[in-house]
Design a protein around this ligand. Structure first.
Ligand code: KG4
Ligand code: ZN
Length: 343
C-alpha cells in the first residue's frame, strides 16, 4: 500500500460543483460551488445544472489545487462520482475526471455517491474515535432516504428506503408551500427554532418494514395550509414558525421510528450514524443522539461541510478503493441509478 496517496476528487451529481484534494484520509481542500440559479424554479432544473457545472468546474478545480498547495504532478489518482444523480451533471464531472486521468497518466476511481455520504464519517479529524462496525447509517438527502447496515468500509446492506419522496424533498416541498425559496431544509430548521411543534398535527406515515414514505405527509401539510388559507389569508405569515416546527417534527418522528425498529430487528450494532444533506439538521442530530443513549450506543454525524454534497466524501471513498487498487477504465458510463453495493 502506498503510504502517501494524493487524490483529486470531483463531485457533480446534482447542483453542487465540488473538487477536493485528499492526502490519505485527510482532506487538504474541499471547494464547493453551489448553484443558485435553481432557487427561482423551486427545484433543480437538470439542463441548467449541467451547464453551470461546465462553467464552474475548471475554476473550482484550480482553487482546490491552489488551496491544498500541491501541483498536478503530486496527484496519484483522479476520483469522480459515477452515480446516482442527474445524468447531464454526472457527465460533466466524469468527462473532466477522465480527461485529467489521461492527461496526467494516473489511475481513475469511480465512486458511488451514496457510499461516499456514508464514508464521510471516516474523514480524519472529525471524531476522537471513528464509528465502530457494524454501524447503522441513516442517509437522508434531497434525493435519498435509506437505512443501511455498514459492515465495514467496503460492505453495505440496504435495509429500507423511501418508496416516494426523500426526506430532504419533504423539507423542500414544505418550505415551498410556506413561501420559502429552494432548497428550504435549512430555512425550515431556522424557523422551527421559534415554533410550536405541537401546534399542527400531521399524520406520521405508516408503512411496513424499514421503508419510508413522505409524499402523504407533504400532501397533508398542503391540505392543512390550503384549508386554513380559505379562512385567513395571512395564515402562513402568522403561523410560519409553527408550521415549520410541526413539519420538521413529523419528518423526524418518521425517520426515528424506522431507525429504532431497524436497530432492534437487524442488530446488534456498535454505532449509529447520520449521512446526507439533511443530517445538517440539529434537531435530527439530537434525536439520533437521544436514541443512541437509550440503547447505550454512540451516534455520529459528519462535520457540516461533509454532510451536504461535497467532493471530500468522494475523496475518502476513493482512498479506500485506492488501497485495494480498485481502478476503473475510461469506458465506465455514468449511472442515474446506482444502488449501494450490497452484501
Ligand atoms: O446531500 P445533499 O446536499 O444533496 C443530495 O444528494 O440530495 O442534500 C440536500 C438536501 C436538501 O433537500 C436540503 O433542503 C436538505 O438537504 N438540507 C436540510 C438542512 N440542510 C440541508 N434539511 C433539513 N435541515 C437542514 N439543516
Ligand atoms: Zn448527496
Amino acid at each position: 500500500m502506498n503510504n502517501r496517496c494524493i487524490i483529486l476528487a470531483i463531485e457533480s451529481s446534482c447542483d453542487d460543483t465540488s473538487v477536493a484534494i485528499s492526502h490519505n484520509d485527510n482532506i487538504l481542500a474541499n471547494v464547493i460551488s453551489s448553484q443558485h440559479i435553481h432557487e427561482v424554479f423551486g427545484g433543480v432544473v437538470p439542463e441548467l445544472a449541467s451547464r453551470a457545472h461546465l462553467q464552474q468546474i475548471t475554476q473550482v478545480c484550480h482553487k482546490a489545487v491552489e488551496k491544498a498547495n500541491i501541483s498536478l504532478s503530486d496527484i496519484h489518482a483522479i476520483a469522480y462520482t459515477r452515480g446516482p444523480g442527474l445524468l447531464g451533471s454526472l457527465l460533466v464531472g466524469a468527462s473532466f475526471a477522465k480527461a485529467l486521468s489521461v492527461a496526467l497518466n494516473i489511475p481513475l476511481i469511480e465512486v458511488n455517491h451514496l457510499e461516499a455520504h456514508i464514508l464521510a464519517h471516516f474523514i480524519a479529524g472529525q471524531y476522537d474515535q471513528k464509528p465502530a462496525f457494524p454501524m447503522l447509517c441513516l442517509t437522508v438527502s434531497g434525493g435519498h432516504t435509506q437505512l443501511i447496515k455498514v459492515k465495514n468500509e467496503y460492505e453495505f446492506k440496504l435495509l429500507g428506503q423511501t418508496i416516494d419522496d426523500a426526506a430532504g424533498e419533504a423539507f423542500d416541498k414544505a418550505a415551498k408551500i410556506i413561501g420559502l425559496p429552494y432548497p428550504g431544509g435549512a430555512l425550515i430548521e431556522k424557523l422551527a427554532i421559534n415554533g410550536d411543534a405541537n401546534k399542527f398535527e400531521l399524520a406520521i406515515p405508516r408503512i411496513p418494514e424499514f421503508d419510508f414514505s413522505f409524499s402523504g405527509l407533504k400532501t397533508s401539510f398542503l391540505y392543512l395550509v390550503n384549508k386554513q388559507k380559505q379562512h385567513n389569508e395571512s395564515f402562513i405569515a402568522e403561523n410560519q414558525a409553527d408550521l415549520a416546527a410541526s413539519m420538521q417534527q413529523a419528518i423526524i418522528k418518521h425517520l426515528m421510528s424506522k431507525t429504532k425498529t431497524a436497530l432492534e430487528e437487524t442488530g446488534p450494532y456498535r454505532s449509529i450514524a447520520l449521512a446526507g444533506g439533511v443530517s445538517a439538521n440539529k434537531a435530527l442530530r439530537k434525536s439520533m443522539d437521544d436514541l443512541a443513549k437509550q440503547l447505550g450506543l454512540k451516534s455520529y454525524a459528519p462535520r457540516m461541510e461533509y454532510c451536504t454534497d461535497n467532493a471530500g466524501m468522494i475523496a475518502i471513498a476513493a482512498w479506500y478503493k485506492f488501497q485495494k487498487q480498485e481502478f476503473c477504465d475510461l469506458s465506465a458510463p455514468t449511472l442515474a441509478r446506482m444502488p449501494v453495493k450490497s452484501i
